[in-house]
Design a protein around this ligand. Structure first.
Ligand code: ARG
Length: 452
């Protein structure tokens, strides 16, 4: 019997069906069903024979899915219905007992939680690997100077190691966010039933233990309504993708002929269909281009959940494609970032040459005047005058004559020329977290400890 007097309209079926995308949850769905069947048997809610029949059928289904032989049918609304249909076909009417004390509402929440937790930890492992690559590059390029930029204008020289380590700290925060997202997905929704709990004395702790959850969601209404853990993962993914977009952008800029700071491996670049000389940093560009897509998935799910009345609503089926595409995109971007950095050759001479423009020492000269008692704001003006004189005459600061220096300030005697020694610009940044080598070595110790 059916409550419905007519079949579903074709367009409704197309709108309502999720099996096309949620079938990738089959490993989680089968694990959840196995744990549920085992619990029903252990609590005497079904007999041990019935439990064994269900477990046997689920094992056959798993084999079919593994072998790519499982046929999802157009009438299967979602992965849960498909599995139950096949189970009943394999083991007979007892297959219908699997859904005792369970609803698709707590079932799907459980599948998505398992998926989110696993995926967060996989992404975290990828982030860790990328951090290790960056640390190794920093160690190899410990004392290579390059200009640090603000507004993409040369600002102050830094070591390449220091610049690369900035990404390591960004990624460390990404790891923390991914860990948090995994923790948020670490409570079992199953056992909530449709929303109110179930009419059976189930053992949710047993199911939680079986599935590797740290505990159970304490409130059945919350259990079926909650998708915060998806939002948390999407947020972590969005920030991480945004970090990679900045890395990608720098690789684009640095690999341009104008900069020439880095040469990307051929296997990470592509040619032009018309200009034979081109070697394009497409992968780096796509690190930039993909990030907003990941961000948008998070924004979309916020929209789905916004003002949604409790408890389950079909709107929530929309969580999956946003989640899947976001994590797939990020996984791909992390792999690309990893691959590009692995194959990147830094042109340390170009970098050092760009960092040797002595205008970059303007702040150091100002600070030297500060040390001679001149208030910083005045020093800024004095050095600005020198910069202007140098730029207008096409010279470096160090090429200005003693008389020109002295004309700006009585404190600018010839001894200030020590400031134009290149290494001093970097090694004078002695403050904690600064670019001087002892400070960079301190940072390396900290990140090595994090990664140990
Ligand atoms: N395919 C559904 C989803 O992804 C499963 C839950 C369906 N629940 C329901 N009450 N219709 O959300």
């Amino acid at each position: 019997m059916s409550r419905f007097a007519e079949p579903q309209a074709a367009a409704f079926q197309a709108l309502n069906s999720s099996v096309g995308f949620d079938q990738r949850l089959w490993p989680q769905d089968l694990r959840g069903s196995r744990a549920h069947a085992a619990m029903l048997g252990a609590r005497g809610i079904i007999s041990e024979e019935e439990r064994d029949a269900l477990l046997g059928g689920l094992a056959s289904i798993e084999a079919e899915l593994d072998a790519g032989e499982f046929a999802f049918l157009p009438d299967d609304e979602d992965v849960h219905m498909a599995v139950e249909r096949r189970l009943t076909a394999l083991v007979g009417p007892v297959g219908g007992k699997l859904h005792t004390a369970r609803s698709r509402n707590d079932q799907v929440a459980t599948d998505v939680a398992l998926f989110s937790k696993e995926t967060a930890l996989q992404l975290r492992a990828q982030v860790t690997e990328l951090m290790q690559t960056l640390v190794a590059l920093a160690e190899q390029h410990l004392d290579v100077p390059l200009p640090g930029y603000t507004h993409l204008q040369r600002a102050q020289p830094i070591y390449l190691s220091h610049h690369l380590l900035a990404y390591v700290w960004m990624l460390e925060r990404d790891r923390q966010r991914l860990t948090f997202a995994a923790q948020q997905a670490d409570r079992l929704p199953l056992g909530a039933g449709a929303l109110a709990g179930v009419n059976f004395d189930t053992d949710r702790q047993m199911v939680a233990g079986e599935l590797g959850f740290a505990g159970v969601v304490p409130n059945s209404v919350d259990a079926v309504s909650n998708r915060d853990f998806v939002l948390d993962l999407l947020h972590a993914a969005a920030v991480c993708a945004t970090h990679l977009s900045r890395l990608g952008s720098e690789l684009v800029i640095w690999s341009s002929q104008e900069f020439g700071f880095v040469v990307l491996a051929d296997r990470w670049t592509s040619g032009s269909s018309i200009m034979p000389q081109k070697k394009n940093p497409d992968a780096a560009e796509l690190l930039r281009g993909k990030a907003p897509r990941v961000v948008a998935h998070g924004a979309a799910l916020h929209g789905v959940l916004h003002a949604l009345p409790l408890t389950y609503n079909k709107d929530m089926q929309e969580d999956k494609e946003h989640l899947f595409d976001a994590v797939d995109t990020l996984a791909l971007c992390l792999a690309a970032a990893q691959g590009m950095l692995d194959g990147a050759a830094f042109n340390t001479e170009r970098m050092a040459a760009a960092a040797s423009d002595d205008l970059i020492a303007a702040t150091d000269l100002a600070d030297l005047l500060v040390k001679r008692g001149v208030p910083f704001r005045e020093c800024h003006g004095i050095v600005a005058g020198l910069v202007r004189a140098a730029v207008e005459s096409g010279r470096g600061l160090g090429e200005l004559s003693d008389a020109e220096l002295a004309a700006q300030s009585p404190h600018l005697d010839p001894s200030v020329r020590a400031v134009f020694e290149r290494s001093s610009w970097l090694e004078s940044k002695v403050s904690e977290g600064g670019t001087s080598l002892p400070r960079v070595r301190e940072q390396l110790e900290l990140v090595r400890a994090l990664l140990a």
